[in-house]
Design a protein around this ligand. Structure first.
Ligand code: RB5
Length: 145
C-alpha cells in the first residue's frame, strides 16, 4: 500500500540526486510529487525552493529540496512563513532537525552528499517525530519573527 505523499524539488545542481532519491522513496512505498526541475539544464534555485514551500504549506506533507550545496534552495524555502527547512549533512542533523526544530522540509546538497548518505538522512528525517515540549515554544516563536 502506498505511504503518504512527499513533495520534492531541485535545481540542476540537485537533479541527479533527486532522481536517485525518488527511486529510493518509491521503493519504500511513498507517493512522490516531483516539482522539477526536469533536466540538468541550468535553472534558478529560488523558483524550486518556493514551489516546494508552497506545496508543503498547502497540505502539510513533508518536502525535500536539493541544490548544489542545499544552501540557496533552503534560504528560498525559509522565506515563507511556516516553513522550517533544514540543511542536513548527517543522520544526526536529520534526527535533531525533526526532534528539536519540527523541520517540515529536508534540504540536501547534491554536490556534497552521496546517494547512500542521502537515503539514510531522508529515512531518519521522515521517521522521526517532533519532541514538542520546550521545543514547541521555540518553533512557535519562529512564526512571530
Ligand atoms: C548552481 O550552480 C548552485 O549555485 C546552486 O545549485 C546552489 O548550490 C546554490 O546555493
Amino acid at each position: 500500500m502506498a505511504k503518504e505523499l512527499i513533495h520534492i524539488a531541485s535545481d540542476h545542481g540537485g537533479f541527479e540526486l533527486k532522481k536517485k532519491l525518488i527511486g529510493h522513496l518509491k521503493n519504500s512505498g511513498y507517493e512522490i510529487d516531483d516539482l522539477g526541475t526536469e533536466t540538468e539544464d541550468s535553472v534558478d534555485y529560488p523558483e524550486f525552493g518556493s514551489k516546494a514551500a508552497d506545496a508543503v504549506l498547502k497540505d502539510g506533507r513533508p518536502g525535500i529540496i536539493i541544490c548544489g550545496t542545499g544552501i540557496g534552495i533552503s534560504i528560498a524555502a525559509n522565506r515563507k512563513k511556516g516553513i522550517r527547512a533544514a540543511l542536513c549533512h548527517s543522520v544526526e542533523y536529520a534526527r535533531l532537525a525533526r526532534e528539536h526544530n519540527d523541520a517540515n522540509i529536508l534540504a540536501l546538497g547534491g554536490r556534497f552528499t552521496d546517494e547512500n548518505t542521502a537515503f539514510e538522512i531522508t529515512d531518519v528525517f521522515l521517521n522521526t517525530a517532533f519532541l514538542s515540549g520546550r521545543h514547541k515554544r521555540r518553533t512557535d516563536m519562529l512564526d512571530k519573527i
